[in-house]
Design a protein around this ligand. Sequence first.
Ligand SMILES: Cc1cc2nc3c(=O)[nH]c(=O)nc-3n(C[C@H](O)[C@H](O)[C@H](O)COP(=O)(O)O)c2cc1C
Length: 213
Amino acid sequence: MTSSPQFSQEFINELKTLFTWRRDVRHFQSTPVNEKLLDQLLSVACTAPSVGLSQPWRYIKVETPTLRQQIYNLFKNCNKEAAQNYTSDQYKLYSNLKLSGLNDAPHHIAVFSEENPTQGKGLGRQTMPETTAYSTVMSIFSFWLAARAYNIGVGWVSILPPHEVKSILTVPEHWNFVAYLCVGYPQFQNETPELEQKGWEKRNPSRHKWIIR
Ligand SMILES: Cc1cc2nc3c(=O)[nH]c(=O)nc-3n(C[C@H](O)[C@H](O)[C@H](O)COP(=O)(O)O)c2cc1C
């Protein structure tokens, strides 16, 4: 058995900085990320916890320009439609937000979750089938944090219709669409979420308090 690592206070402080400086990135430089480094990030994603050790995540690197363009077109349509749900001032603010880096990110990664994977033999998800999707989200967050440690930005795009994304990427019916990630080196870094900087929303301090029952 290998001995368990002890983490220093310095490491803990740096880890906290990593959490604080993880951002959703929508503005990317064109420089691609080294393929081996991307592979390493995927390996980190695969260390995530998963219900029954089912590892239900499926990561697709979308490299074909026409497929990427089709996804970007979908986003533009959905985003335009979403904007219509806001009135006057909010509509103006929404229309000025950049809500994806699909036009400039050097890497597009689509993440799916297998609905009923054989791996894990169903353990832990008989009363809560949605735990497979939760597991996939855990892996995405691991990918996201590991990427940030290498100064690589990740932006999660959810303004997309799952059924059409599945059809464009020709994935099996039982793979549920979870996230479309834009990945690359950010044009700039910030400690404050972009939606807060742009006046759309701000963090709520009451979320830092426990609810006691
Ligand atoms: C499930 C999920 C879906 C998201 N979808 C989008 C999206 O479609 N477009 C976007 O610009 N940001 C999206 N985001 C990023 C959030 O807007 C962002 O996390 C939030 O504003 C806080 O900023 P931060 O991640 O920089 O802390 C998404 C984040 C999550 C977790």
